[in-house]
Design a protein around this ligand. Structure first.
Ligand code: AP5
Length: 213
């Protein structure tokens, strides 16, 4: 089965949810630049302070920061046999720089997740997260006790960048960058389209069907 997978898709498409499931199924790490940046914010590092302002505006964090971060993470021993990349690369510039600086940066498969806008909004507005990053949805994946994380008992909140205004900006940035990025992976012969509608089980089954071909 393919072990190096890039997930592309709009904000709220379910990239993180699918990536966690594939990573578990395939015993490879889930590497999400958004999660790594949020961890920096939570730790109050200098990088986290810089990144937070940008993330809260819906724009992309500077290229050098995220490429460096991803390469450092993928260079660790647990990523030697594969990885699931979620939220990176975000544009062609990141992809090309990644390929220039990292051996085997071209994935076996790039899954391009398609889901309609109404469903994206429904997924984002219903998302709840705990401070340690566990993700729920008020309808499709509710916690056992309302507002409380099943894993660590901490209070669930909405992400700071899940406000209507910031989501609109994130979608705009996504629309600007996704076309050339999809073309890039198509030219490399690794692009596969994934219907990401329906429940998480169905999306996972479809994804596994593609990556095991
Ligand atoms: P990032 O964290 O990468 O956010 P994103 O791409 O906007 O994606 P999301 O995390 O919002 O959504 P998702 O697709 O993972 O959906 P999820 O699985 O949670 O980036 C945030 C910011 O960081 C960026 O704006 C940027 O500033 C910065 N950044 C990050 N990477 C960068 C990079 N490479 N370069 C520059 N800047 C970068 O699902 C959403 C909800 O739906 C959840 O509640 C989930 O439970 C639910 N759900 C999931 N699947 C289903 C399903 N099939 N059915 C029903 N509900 C579902």
């Amino acid at each position: 089965m393919d072990k190096r997978i890039v997930l592309l898709g709009p904000p709220g498409a379910g990239k993180g949810t699918l990536a966690r499931r594939l990573a578990e199924e395939m015993s490879v790490p889930h590497v999400a630049t958004g999660d790594m940046l949020r961890a920096e914010v939570a730790e109050g590092t200098e990088l986290g302070r810089r990144a937070k302002q940008i993330m809260d505006s819906g724009e992309l964090v500077p290229h050098e920061i995220v490429v460096e971060m991803a390469i450092e993470r993928l260079g660790r021993a647990d990523a030697a046999t594969g990885w699931i990349l979620d939220g990176f690369p975000r544009d062609v510039e990141q992809a090309v720089d990644f390929e220039r600086r990292f051996d085997s940066a071209v994935p076996d498969v790039c899954l391009y997740m398609k889901v309609d806008t109404g469903e994206i909004i429904r997924r984002i507005t219903g998302r709840r997260v705990c401070p340690r990053g566990h993700v729920y949805h008020v309808e499709s994946n509710p916690p056992r006790k309302e507002g409380i994380c099943d894993e660590d008992g901490l209070a669930l909140t909405q992400r700071d960048d899940d406000t209507e205004h910031v989501v609109a900006k994130r979608l705009e940035v996504y629309q600007e960058e996704i076309g050339p990025l999809v073309d890039h992976y198509d030219e490399l012969g690794v692009l596969r389209r994934l219907d990401a509608s329906g429940d998480t089980e169905s999306v996972q089954t479809r994804a596994l069907g593609i990556v095991s071909q």
